[in-house]
Design a binder for this molecule. Structure first.
Ligand code: ADP
Ligand code: MG
Length: 331
């Protein structure tokens, strides 16, 4: 009887664990005070729920609050007391710090290496810090370096590595303890095309092996190519959250774009100027195209139809005066 009970319980626990988000941020706030003590909210009520197994994008322009949010998740930055809670696989980063920390790997935005030590020494030290058993350290270091194309740099002093190699070393440091959740803060900012591809490949590979991944980026192409879901933040607030495909669809307005020889003419209602071009959101392509052709006639230099790219969506969302969305949805 006891035995049966035990089996029932472990099954129950398993299914609870599976449903638990890899990361849950409930209404996080972070206020910075400048020297004149004026309060400034770098993170202003952000909520996120990231399901395990996802590759998740955190997007936003410079200064949006992405790194501050990551700092709060990693425990490096103390959230404001009115923050609802931050947990990693159900473990609070504040009250169960050690447990949460062991499940998490973070690659910070700033490249920091230990200049006097060799790549091997640095990685050996970090494996120890994260409690990797001694016997496993060598093989894990080897595997991480191979995955990052750094295998031949094992004995190299960290200070002699190029910028791109230092960045790869930072990633190696963060994956040695095989975290279940890996957060990369702008991993591809300022890296060359080849390294960017390599990092993408590594992200995909780690994800296939079961790691949930969150990364921040300025490159929308990355979010489109890699992520299942994303959150766009601006000025500390969530302005869009959901599955990438759905966000694309929601914003894929159907546009007719055209250029004119003479721009000093009366325009059709609904036509808006975008740089030297004009745009019109159509409902019926053939009908609206005909109207535009009839109205502008020989004045048309070029005309074509298109769907808005995520790039446009992003610009639209992060421009001055964009309306924040209520956050807290579960993508
Ligand atoms: N330690 C700090 N003290 C005061 N302001 C800060 C501090 N760290 C970041 N900020 C400010 O908070 C805002 C968000 O910064 P950050 O989280 O680094 O944005 P992102 O990573 O999205 O570029 C910015 O306006 C930045 O200047
Ligand atoms: Mg940042």
């Amino acid at each position: 009887m006891l035995h049966l009970n035990h089996r029932f319980n472990s099954k129950f626990i398993q299914s609870t664990v599976i449903q638990m988000p890899a990361l849950e941020v409930k209404c996080a706030f972070k206020t910075y005070r400048s020297h004149n003590r004026q309060a400034f909210k770098a993170v202003d009520g952000v909520s996120l729920s990231i399901q395990r197994g996802q590759i998740y994008g955190l997007l936003g322009p410079n200064g949006a609050g992405k790194s501050t949010l990551i700092g709060m998740i990693s425990g490096a930055i103390k959230p404001d007391p009115d923050t609802g809670g931050i947990s990693i696989f159900g473990h609070s980063v504040l009250s169960e710090r050690e447990k949460a920390k062991n499940l998490l790997g973070v690659v910070p935005q700033e490249v920091v290496v230990e200049p006097a030590f060799s790549v091997e020494e640095v990685l050996y030290y970090f494996s120890g810090m994260y409690g990797v058993p001694v016997r496993e350290r060598g093989p894990r270091i080897k595997h991480a370096l191979e995955a990052l194309g750094l295998a031949d740099k094992l004995k190299e002093k960290a200070r002699f590595l190029s910028g791109g190699m230092k960045r790869r070393l930072m990633i190696a440091k963060a994956i040695l303890h095989q975290p279940k959740l890996l957060i990369l803060d702008e991993p591809t900012a300022g890296v060359d095309v080849e390294l960017r591809q390599r990092i993408w490949e590594l992200v995909r590979e780690l994800n296939r092996a079961g790691t949930t991944i969150i990364f921040t980026t300025h490159y929308l192409e990355e979010a489109e190519q890699l992520c299942e879901a994303m959150t766009v933040i601006n000025k500390g607030k969530v302005i869009k959250q959901g599955r990438v495909r759905e966000i694309q669809q929601e914003f894929s307005q159907n546009l007719i774009s055209f250029e004119l020889f003479d721009r000093q003419v009366p325009h059709l209602e609904g036509v808006r100027a975008v740089g030297t071009e004009y745009e019109f959101v159509y409902t019926d392509l053939a009908e609206d195209m005909t109207r535009i052709l009839a109205h502008y006639g020989n004045n048309l230099k070029t005309i074509h139809n298109e769907s808005a790219s995520l790039e446009k969506v992003f610009l639209e969302l992060t421009k001055e005066g964009a309306i924040p969305q209520a956050s807290g949805g579960t993508p």
